[in-house]
Design a protein around this ligand. Structure first.
Ligand SMILES: NC(=O)c1ccc[n+]([C@@H]2O[C@H](COP(=O)([O-])OP(=O)(O)OC[C@H]3O[C@@H](n4cnc5c(N)ncnc54)[C@H](O)[C@@H]3O)[C@@H](O)[C@H]2O)c1
Length: 315
């Protein structure tokens, strides 16, 4: 079976590609290497069943060419910087909406059997019901959530019109080996482990977040590679609970075995930290916690707890 992974050289896509390649599938990694890199796929890039294409999802003709004889497409490529999306929503929409439409249209033309679309918990916006199940209202706080949700809706359309089997996986905050630097967990790790400085928390640190280990995400993805289903399906993929940012900071201090206390800094939303220079996202969510019972009905559960997963990320 041939599987094309868009964004296959990125953080999540490289773990997906690695797992599929090790299972013996023919894997085509289709990536423009904008945020992904060769190091992410170093373990698999010389395997006979792995093919690497330096291509853009905005290049429809190349996508079409690369999708010939492909059975499954895993669409992971995206623009996912929330700040970039706020500053340049058109660019965000171009990659996440137009790019997704190119993937869907090329897949339809060549008769791809299944598509797995990387969606995001960002489609929900502020939680009005905790945990948030798949039926939770979709009121994205940022353009990124809008573009990811638009991608989902197009997936649904293609499924309705053309009978294609498509599923959308709404990931919580995915972490683990090869996570890209910039988000709060990576910032805390950098401060505590590399700089021997206390983590800096924005506000009171009571914001709740749902972390899911990257290889647990891959396990669910593998289920959907092997599973058959009809039409369009959507699943939340989270860690099965949430942690406050304050708890997260203390967990990293504990893992690092350091004698320090987090610093609380009252940075306004959309402002910058005086200590780290880090930007605080506007319209920050109070709670992100996914109900994963639908995914668990497929026999999946997150196996790696946050402490173990963070240790692996630090290593
Ligand atoms: N990391 C998370 O916590 C998280 C949470 C929710 C959803 N997601 C979704 O998961 C997917 C993967 O995210 P990630 O964290 O691995 O990010 P990433 O930036 O590491 O991976 C994205 C990959 O897509 C590639 N890419 C970007 N634009 C492209 C384009 N126009 N054409 C071809 N390739 C392109 C990049 O080079 C990169 O390799 C994305 O769709 C993202 O929206 C991620």
């Amino acid at each position: 079976m041939r599987i094309l992974v868009t964004g296959g050289a990125g953080f999540i896509g490289s773990h997906i590609s690695e797992s599929l390649a090790n299972k013996g599938y023919e894997v085509i990694i289709y990536d423009n290497f904008s945020t992904g890199c060769e190091e992410n796929i170093a373990n698999i890039k010389s395997l006979n069943n792995v093919h690497i294409v330096n291509g853009d999802i905005l290049d429809y003709d190349l996508l079409l060419k690369c999708m010939k004889n492909v059975d499954i497409v895993s669409h992971q490529a995206a623009q996912l910087e929330i700040g970039s999306a706020i500053n340049d929503p058109l660019l965000d929409a171009k990659t996440n909406i137009e790019g997704t439409l190119n993937v869907l249209e090329a897949a339809r033309k060549v008769g791809v059997k299944k598509i797995i679309y990387a969606s995001s918990a960002g489609v929900y916006g502020e939680a009005i019901k905790i945990p948030q199940d798949e039926e939770h209202p979709k009121r994205p706080q940022w353009p990124y959530g809008v573009s990811k949700y638009a991608g989902e809706l197009y997936c649904q359309q293609y499924s309705i019109f053309y009978g294609m089997k498509i599923c959308a996986l709404r990931y919580g905050i995915v972490y683990g080996e090869r996570e890209w630097y910039g988000r709060v967990l990576t910032e805390f790790i950098k401060r505590v482990i590399l700089e021997n400085k206390p983590p800096v928390i924005f506000g009171d640190g009571n914001q709740r977040r749902d972390y899911v280990y990257v290889k647990d995400v891959v396990e669910f993805h593998n289920i959907m590679i092997e599973e058959e289903w009809d039409g369009f399906e959507v699943f939340n993929i989270g860690g099965g609970g949430s942690i406050t940012i304050k708890e997260l900071a203390n967990l990293i201090i504990d893992i690092a075995n350091k004698d320090m206390e987090p610093i609380f800094e009252d940075v306004p939303e959309g402002g910058y930290s005086n200590i780290t220079g880090r930007w605080r996202i506007p319209k920050e969510l109070k709670v992100l916690e996914l109900d994963i019972s639908k995914a668990m009905k497929k026999g999946w559960r997150p196996k790696v707890n946050l402490k173990e997963g963070i240790k692996r990320e630090i290593d």
